[in-house]
Design a protein around this ligand. Structure first.
Ligand code: SME
Length: 156
């Protein structure tokens, strides 16, 4: 496909509905994980202009920074630490409406106010997480969870 993204300006759900098939097309025929994670991060940033969007990859029992869009970020996160390490340990998507109220939140930037972290699974084990940060409170909900999970399911 052409590598230009078509940006939708509707409701959040309309934006995801426009973006999901475009991301699917971007991933089709490409099996390199890093290339695909990089394009997913870029597409989400371009459509939603999230403050920070990117991946951490499980390496030697830590999360290590992977492809992302946004300001520079912490490079390593321990198991069960912060929102990312907790989503890894719990094997669940975590939606944090106010990061200041999440015990152990790791503030890579003081501008980040709310966050969603979604684990990626291979053989029932987490091999990476997607972390999306917003500079506003209460940005993420079940709509984000549903469509972000649908996007990530394309990787398997
Ligand atoms: N806030 C995350 C750390 C990663 S950065 O926000 C990019 C956490 O608590 O795990």
């Amino acid at each position: 496909m052409a590598e230009d993204l078509s940006i939708n300006k509707g409701s959040k759900e309309e934006q995801y509905k426009s973006l999901v098939p475009q991301i699917k097309a971007l991933l089709t025929g490409e099996d390199d994980l890093i290339a695909n994670l990089a394009n997913i991060a870029a597409a989400l940033k371009e459509q939603f202009n999230f403050f920070w969007v990117g991946f951490y990859l499980v390496k030697n029992e830590q999360l290590v920074l992977g492809p992302f869009q946004g300001p520079v970020a912490c490079t390593r996160i321990a198991y069960n630490r912060g929102v990312c390490g907790s989503a890894w340990a719990q094997k669940e998507t975590l939606i944090v409406p106010n990061v200041d109220e999440f015990p152990g939140h790791i503030a890579c930037s003081s501008l980040s106010k709310s966050e969603i972290v979604i684990p990626l699974f291979r053989d029932n084990e987490v091999y990476a997480v997607l972390d999306v940060d917003s500079s506003s409170l209460n940005t993420f909900d079940e709509i984000d969870k549903k469509y972000l999970q649908e996007i990530l399911a394309q990787l398997s």
